[in-house]
Design a protein around this ligand. Structure first.
Ligand code: TYM
Length: 334
Protein backbone atom coordinates (compact mmCIF):
# COMPACT_ATOMS: atom_id res chain seq x y z
CA UNK A 1 0.00 0.00 0.00
CA UNK A 2 1.24 3.50 -0.81
CA UNK A 3 2.37 5.41 2.23
CA UNK A 4 1.37 8.93 3.24
CA UNK A 5 3.57 11.07 5.47
CA UNK A 6 3.03 14.58 6.75
CA UNK A 7 4.10 16.72 9.70
CA UNK A 8 3.08 19.79 11.65
CA UNK A 9 5.32 21.91 13.88
CA UNK A 10 4.42 22.16 17.56
CA UNK A 11 5.29 25.83 17.66
CA UNK A 12 2.40 27.82 19.05
CA UNK A 13 -1.19 26.74 18.58
CA UNK A 14 -2.96 25.26 15.59
CA UNK A 15 -4.71 27.67 13.23
CA UNK A 16 -7.63 27.21 10.89
CA UNK A 17 -5.01 27.27 8.10
CA UNK A 18 -3.25 24.22 9.56
CA UNK A 19 -6.57 22.50 10.01
CA UNK A 20 -8.06 23.10 6.56
CA UNK A 21 -4.81 23.00 4.60
CA UNK A 22 -3.36 19.96 6.34
CA UNK A 23 -4.99 18.17 9.25
CA UNK A 24 -8.45 17.78 7.78
CA UNK A 25 -6.83 16.36 4.64
CA UNK A 26 -4.81 13.94 6.80
CA UNK A 27 -8.07 12.64 8.23
CA UNK A 28 -9.56 12.27 4.74
CA UNK A 29 -6.55 10.25 3.57
CA UNK A 30 -6.69 8.05 6.67
CA UNK A 31 -10.41 7.42 6.25
CA UNK A 32 -10.14 6.81 2.55
CA UNK A 33 -8.39 3.57 3.41
CA UNK A 34 -6.09 3.12 0.42
CA UNK A 35 -2.96 4.45 2.18
CA UNK A 36 -0.89 3.67 5.20
CA UNK A 37 -0.87 7.02 6.99
CA UNK A 38 2.01 8.33 9.11
CA UNK A 39 1.67 11.70 10.86
CA UNK A 40 4.30 13.48 12.87
CA UNK A 41 4.73 16.33 15.32
CA UNK A 42 8.01 17.84 14.12
CA UNK A 43 9.56 19.17 17.32
CA UNK A 44 13.06 19.14 15.81
CA UNK A 45 11.87 21.52 13.10
CA UNK A 46 10.27 23.73 15.75
CA UNK A 47 13.60 24.34 17.54
CA UNK A 48 15.20 25.79 14.41
CA UNK A 49 13.97 28.96 16.10
CA UNK A 50 14.27 29.12 19.88
CA UNK A 51 11.39 27.57 21.81
CA UNK A 52 10.74 27.80 25.50
CA UNK A 53 11.23 24.17 26.69
CA UNK A 54 8.07 23.91 28.79
CA UNK A 55 6.01 25.54 26.06
CA UNK A 56 7.44 23.18 23.45
CA UNK A 57 6.50 20.14 25.52
CA UNK A 58 3.02 21.53 26.11
CA UNK A 59 2.57 22.45 22.43
CA UNK A 60 3.66 18.96 21.34
CA UNK A 61 1.06 17.32 23.58
CA UNK A 62 -1.57 19.81 22.52
CA UNK A 63 -0.80 19.13 18.86
CA UNK A 64 -1.17 15.42 19.51
CA UNK A 65 -4.53 16.11 21.16
CA UNK A 66 -5.44 18.21 18.11
CA UNK A 67 -4.66 15.37 15.71
CA UNK A 68 -6.83 12.97 17.67
CA UNK A 69 -9.65 15.47 18.21
CA UNK A 70 -9.67 16.22 14.47
CA UNK A 71 -10.16 12.53 13.70
CA UNK A 72 -6.75 10.87 13.49
CA UNK A 73 -7.12 7.44 15.06
CA UNK A 74 -3.84 6.18 16.58
CA UNK A 75 -4.97 2.65 15.82
CA UNK A 76 -5.31 3.37 12.10
CA UNK A 77 -2.56 5.95 11.59
CA UNK A 78 0.92 6.08 13.05
CA UNK A 79 0.98 9.25 15.18
CA UNK A 80 4.25 10.23 16.82
CA UNK A 81 6.79 12.88 17.74
CA UNK A 82 9.86 13.36 15.54
CA UNK A 83 12.58 13.47 18.22
CA UNK A 84 11.39 10.10 19.55
CA UNK A 85 12.38 8.50 16.25
CA UNK A 86 16.12 9.26 15.95
CA UNK A 87 16.30 7.81 12.42
CA UNK A 88 14.93 11.12 11.06
CA UNK A 89 17.97 13.05 12.27
CA UNK A 90 20.31 10.25 11.21
CA UNK A 91 19.03 10.26 7.64
CA UNK A 92 18.97 14.08 7.68
CA UNK A 93 22.74 14.08 8.21
CA UNK A 94 23.22 12.05 5.07
CA UNK A 95 20.88 14.38 3.19
CA UNK A 96 22.87 17.37 4.47
CA UNK A 97 25.70 15.87 2.48
CA UNK A 98 23.54 15.32 -0.63
CA UNK A 99 21.71 18.65 -0.78
CA UNK A 100 23.56 21.73 -2.04
CA UNK A 101 23.91 25.11 -0.32
CA UNK A 102 22.42 26.77 -3.40
CA UNK A 103 19.25 24.71 -3.11
CA UNK A 104 18.74 25.85 0.45
CA UNK A 105 19.49 29.47 -0.39
CA UNK A 106 16.64 29.51 -2.89
CA UNK A 107 14.01 28.48 -0.34
CA UNK A 108 11.52 31.30 0.15
CA UNK A 109 10.73 30.13 3.69
CA UNK A 110 14.41 30.41 4.60
CA UNK A 111 14.56 33.92 3.15
CA UNK A 112 11.38 34.96 4.98
CA UNK A 113 12.27 33.43 8.32
CA UNK A 114 15.95 34.38 8.40
CA UNK A 115 15.07 37.93 7.38
CA UNK A 116 17.82 40.46 6.78
CA UNK A 117 20.26 39.02 9.27
CA UNK A 118 20.96 35.58 7.77
CA UNK A 119 24.31 35.37 9.56
CA UNK A 120 22.45 35.20 12.83
CA UNK A 121 19.94 32.51 11.82
CA UNK A 122 20.55 28.98 13.13
CA UNK A 123 22.28 26.44 10.93
CA UNK A 124 19.26 24.23 11.59
CA UNK A 125 16.92 26.79 10.02
CA UNK A 126 19.06 26.73 6.88
CA UNK A 127 19.19 22.91 6.76
CA UNK A 128 15.49 22.60 7.64
CA UNK A 129 14.41 21.23 4.22
CA UNK A 130 16.97 18.39 4.39
CA UNK A 131 15.41 17.22 7.67
CA UNK A 132 12.01 17.51 6.04
CA UNK A 133 13.19 15.34 3.14
CA UNK A 134 14.43 12.82 5.69
CA UNK A 135 11.06 12.83 7.50
CA UNK A 136 9.37 11.75 4.30
CA UNK A 137 11.97 9.49 2.75
CA UNK A 138 12.81 7.53 5.93
CA UNK A 139 9.37 5.94 5.36
CA UNK A 140 9.64 5.79 1.57
CA UNK A 141 6.44 7.82 1.61
CA UNK A 142 5.03 8.57 -1.81
CA UNK A 143 2.20 11.00 -0.99
CA UNK A 144 2.58 14.11 1.16
CA UNK A 145 -0.52 16.20 1.91
CA UNK A 146 0.41 19.82 2.70
CA UNK A 147 -0.74 23.39 2.21
CA UNK A 148 0.50 25.46 -0.70
CA UNK A 149 3.35 27.03 1.33
CA UNK A 150 5.22 23.69 1.53
CA UNK A 151 5.34 23.09 -2.21
CA UNK A 152 8.90 24.33 -2.66
CA UNK A 153 10.15 22.14 0.19
CA UNK A 154 8.57 19.11 -1.45
CA UNK A 155 10.29 19.91 -4.72
CA UNK A 156 13.55 19.93 -2.81
CA UNK A 157 12.64 16.54 -1.33
CA UNK A 158 12.32 15.19 -4.86
CA UNK A 159 15.68 16.73 -5.78
CA UNK A 160 17.32 15.06 -2.78
CA UNK A 161 15.89 11.67 -3.74
CA UNK A 162 16.96 12.07 -7.37
CA UNK A 163 20.49 13.18 -6.49
CA UNK A 164 20.96 10.44 -3.88
CA UNK A 165 19.78 7.78 -6.32
CA UNK A 166 22.01 9.21 -9.04
CA UNK A 167 25.15 9.71 -6.91
CA UNK A 168 25.02 6.17 -5.54
CA UNK A 169 23.69 4.54 -8.70
CA UNK A 170 20.62 3.11 -7.01
CA UNK A 171 16.87 3.30 -7.39
CA UNK A 172 16.19 3.49 -3.67
CA UNK A 173 14.31 6.62 -2.61
CA UNK A 174 10.92 7.20 -4.26
CA UNK A 175 10.01 10.47 -5.93
CA UNK A 176 7.24 11.83 -3.72
CA UNK A 177 4.02 13.44 -4.89
CA UNK A 178 2.82 16.57 -3.13
CA UNK A 179 -0.91 16.38 -2.43
CA UNK A 180 -2.11 19.99 -2.41
CA UNK A 181 -5.85 19.66 -2.80
CA UNK A 182 -9.15 21.04 -1.63
CA UNK A 183 -10.64 24.52 -1.43
CA UNK A 184 -8.29 25.82 1.29
CA UNK A 185 -4.70 25.04 0.33
CA UNK A 186 -3.78 28.60 1.23
CA UNK A 187 -5.94 30.17 3.94
CA UNK A 188 -5.26 33.89 4.15
CA UNK A 189 -5.19 36.32 7.08
CA UNK A 190 -8.63 37.63 8.05
CA UNK A 191 -7.13 41.14 8.21
CA UNK A 192 -5.14 41.15 4.96
CA UNK A 193 -6.02 38.99 1.97
CA UNK A 194 -2.46 39.14 0.65
CA UNK A 195 -0.91 37.46 3.71
CA UNK A 196 -1.09 33.82 4.75
CA UNK A 197 -2.98 33.00 7.94
CA UNK A 198 -0.19 32.18 10.35
CA UNK A 199 0.42 31.46 14.01
CA UNK A 200 3.25 33.98 13.99
CA UNK A 201 1.13 36.96 12.87
CA UNK A 202 1.22 39.50 15.72
CA UNK A 203 -2.51 40.17 15.30
CA UNK A 204 -4.68 37.48 16.89
CA UNK A 205 -7.63 38.85 14.92
CA UNK A 206 -5.87 37.75 11.72
CA UNK A 207 -6.41 34.07 12.45
CA UNK A 208 -8.81 31.56 13.92
CA UNK A 209 -7.09 29.36 16.48
CA UNK A 210 -8.33 25.83 16.97
CA UNK A 211 -8.68 26.67 20.67
CA UNK A 212 -10.89 29.77 20.11
CA UNK A 213 -14.35 29.59 21.66
CA UNK A 214 -17.57 30.16 19.72
CA UNK A 215 -17.84 33.87 20.59
CA UNK A 216 -14.26 34.55 19.55
CA UNK A 217 -14.72 32.73 16.24
CA UNK A 218 -17.92 34.66 15.51
CA UNK A 219 -16.30 37.97 16.44
CA UNK A 220 -13.22 37.37 14.26
CA UNK A 221 -15.38 36.46 11.27
CA UNK A 222 -17.65 39.46 11.83
CA UNK A 223 -14.60 41.72 11.83
CA UNK A 224 -12.86 40.01 8.91
CA UNK A 225 -11.88 42.42 6.18
CA UNK A 226 -14.13 42.30 3.09
CA UNK A 227 -15.10 44.51 0.19
CA UNK A 228 -18.50 46.18 -0.20
CA UNK A 229 -19.79 44.01 -3.06
CA UNK A 230 -22.15 41.06 -2.87
CA UNK A 231 -20.87 37.52 -3.43
CA UNK A 232 -20.64 36.62 -7.11
CA UNK A 233 -22.40 33.55 -8.45
CA UNK A 234 -19.30 32.18 -10.20
CA UNK A 235 -15.67 31.71 -9.16
CA UNK A 236 -14.36 34.12 -11.77
CA UNK A 237 -16.18 36.90 -9.93
CA UNK A 238 -13.71 36.40 -7.05
CA UNK A 239 -10.69 37.44 -9.10
CA UNK A 240 -9.05 40.52 -7.56
CA UNK A 241 -11.16 40.06 -4.42
CA UNK A 242 -8.70 38.20 -2.17
CA UNK A 243 -10.62 38.69 1.09
CA UNK A 244 -13.92 37.59 -0.43
CA UNK A 245 -12.25 34.61 -2.06
CA UNK A 246 -10.64 33.63 1.24
CA UNK A 247 -13.96 33.53 3.12
CA UNK A 248 -15.59 31.53 0.33
CA UNK A 249 -12.66 29.09 0.30
CA UNK A 250 -12.94 28.65 4.05
CA UNK A 251 -16.66 28.03 3.80
CA UNK A 252 -16.20 25.51 0.98
CA UNK A 253 -13.50 23.60 2.87
CA UNK A 254 -15.48 23.50 6.12
CA UNK A 255 -18.58 22.33 4.24
CA UNK A 256 -16.62 19.68 2.25
CA UNK A 257 -17.92 21.45 -0.81
CA UNK A 258 -16.41 23.34 -3.74
CA UNK A 259 -16.18 27.05 -4.45
CA UNK A 260 -18.50 26.65 -7.43
CA UNK A 261 -21.13 24.87 -5.38
CA UNK A 262 -20.93 27.43 -2.58
CA UNK A 263 -21.28 30.36 -4.99
CA UNK A 264 -24.18 28.71 -6.79
CA UNK A 265 -25.95 28.74 -3.44
CA UNK A 266 -24.65 31.98 -1.87
CA UNK A 267 -24.17 34.20 -4.95
CA UNK A 268 -25.93 37.55 -4.53
CA UNK A 269 -25.70 37.61 -0.73
CA UNK A 270 -24.04 40.54 1.02
CA UNK A 271 -21.26 39.83 3.53
CA UNK A 272 -23.57 41.04 6.29
CA UNK A 273 -25.66 37.98 5.48
CA UNK A 274 -22.89 35.55 4.52
CA UNK A 275 -20.64 36.13 7.55
CA UNK A 276 -23.16 34.85 10.13
CA UNK A 277 -23.75 31.76 7.97
CA UNK A 278 -19.98 31.18 7.80
CA UNK A 279 -19.63 31.72 11.57
CA UNK A 280 -22.31 29.22 12.32
CA UNK A 281 -20.67 26.58 10.14
CA UNK A 282 -17.21 27.32 11.59
CA UNK A 283 -18.45 27.00 15.15
CA UNK A 284 -20.37 23.82 14.31
CA UNK A 285 -17.23 22.22 12.82
CA UNK A 286 -14.54 23.60 15.14
CA UNK A 287 -16.14 23.69 18.60
CA UNK A 288 -16.28 19.89 18.98
CA UNK A 289 -12.58 19.71 18.09
CA UNK A 290 -11.51 22.29 20.66
CA UNK A 291 -13.72 20.70 23.32
CA UNK A 292 -12.19 17.29 22.65
CA UNK A 293 -8.65 18.74 22.64
CA UNK A 294 -9.26 20.26 26.07
CA UNK A 295 -10.62 16.95 27.35
CA UNK A 296 -7.60 15.00 26.07
CA UNK A 297 -5.22 17.53 27.60
CA UNK A 298 -6.59 16.61 31.04
CA UNK A 299 -4.57 13.41 30.79
CA UNK A 300 -1.05 14.17 29.54
CA UNK A 301 0.22 10.75 30.61
CA UNK A 302 -2.20 9.13 28.16
CA UNK A 303 -0.97 11.44 25.40
CA UNK A 304 2.62 10.46 26.18
CA UNK A 305 1.62 6.82 26.04
CA UNK A 306 0.08 7.29 22.59
CA UNK A 307 3.23 9.09 21.40
CA UNK A 308 5.45 6.35 22.78
CA UNK A 309 3.42 3.70 21.01
CA UNK A 310 3.48 5.70 17.76
CA UNK A 311 7.26 6.10 17.97
CA UNK A 312 7.70 2.33 18.35
CA UNK A 313 5.60 1.72 15.25
CA UNK A 314 7.40 4.43 13.29
CA UNK A 315 10.81 3.01 14.20
CA UNK A 316 9.79 -0.40 12.90
CA UNK A 317 9.34 1.19 9.47
CA UNK A 318 12.35 3.52 9.69
CA UNK A 319 15.04 1.15 10.99
CA UNK A 320 15.38 -1.11 7.92
CA UNK A 321 15.33 1.89 5.55
CA UNK A 322 18.11 3.61 7.51
CA UNK A 323 20.14 0.40 7.57
CA UNK A 324 19.82 0.00 3.80
CA UNK A 325 20.80 3.66 3.34
CA UNK A 326 23.92 3.12 5.46
CA UNK A 327 24.81 0.09 3.35
CA UNK A 328 24.41 2.09 0.14
CA UNK A 329 26.54 4.97 1.44
CA UNK A 330 29.30 2.67 2.67
CA UNK A 331 28.82 2.86 6.39
CA UNK A 332 29.32 -0.21 8.50
CA UNK A 333 26.02 -1.25 10.01
CA UNK A 334 25.53 -4.39 11.96
P1 TYM B 1 3.67 24.00 9.48
O1 TYM B 1 3.81 23.46 10.84
O2 TYM B 1 4.02 25.43 9.24
O3 TYM B 1 2.20 23.80 8.96
C1 TYM B 1 1.60 22.51 8.99
C2 TYM B 1 0.72 22.31 7.77
O4 TYM B 1 -0.27 23.33 7.70
C3 TYM B 1 -0.25 23.93 6.41
N1 TYM B 1 -0.60 25.34 6.55
C4 TYM B 1 -1.55 25.95 5.83
N2 TYM B 1 -2.37 25.48 4.87
C5 TYM B 1 -3.23 26.36 4.32
N3 TYM B 1 -3.31 27.66 4.68
C6 TYM B 1 -2.50 28.17 5.64
N4 TYM B 1 -2.59 29.45 6.01
C7 TYM B 1 -1.56 27.29 6.26
N5 TYM B 1 -0.63 27.44 7.23
C8 TYM B 1 -0.05 26.24 7.39
C9 TYM B 1 1.18 23.75 5.93
O5 TYM B 1 1.27 23.83 4.52
C10 TYM B 1 1.52 22.38 6.46
O6 TYM B 1 1.03 21.38 5.57
N6 TYM B 1 7.74 22.20 7.19
C11 TYM B 1 6.38 21.89 7.62
C12 TYM B 1 6.32 20.70 8.57
C13 TYM B 1 6.99 19.47 8.09
C14 TYM B 1 6.52 18.59 7.07
C15 TYM B 1 7.48 17.54 7.00
C16 TYM B 1 5.40 18.58 6.25
C17 TYM B 1 8.16 18.96 8.55
N7 TYM B 1 8.45 17.81 7.91
C18 TYM B 1 7.34 16.52 6.09
C19 TYM B 1 5.27 17.54 5.34
C20 TYM B 1 6.21 16.52 5.27
C21 TYM B 1 5.82 23.08 8.33
O7 TYM B 1 6.53 23.94 8.83
O8 TYM B 1 4.47 23.07 8.45
Amino acid sequence: TPRVFSGIQPSGGLTLGNYLGAMKRFVDMQDEGSFQTVYCMVDQHAITVWQDPEKLRHATRELCAGFIAAGIDPDRSILFNQSQVPEHAQLAWIFNCVARMGWMQRMTQWKDKAGKNQQNASLGLFAYPALMAADILIYHATHVPVGEDQKQHLELTRDVAIKFNHDYGVDFFPITEPVIEGAATRVMSLRDGSKKMSKSDPSDASRINMTDDADTIAKKIRKAKTDPDALPSEAKGLEDRPEARNLVNIYAALADSSVDAVLAEMGGKQFSEFKPILSELAVEKLAPISTEMARLMQDPAEIDRILGHGATQARELATPILKKTYDIVGMISS
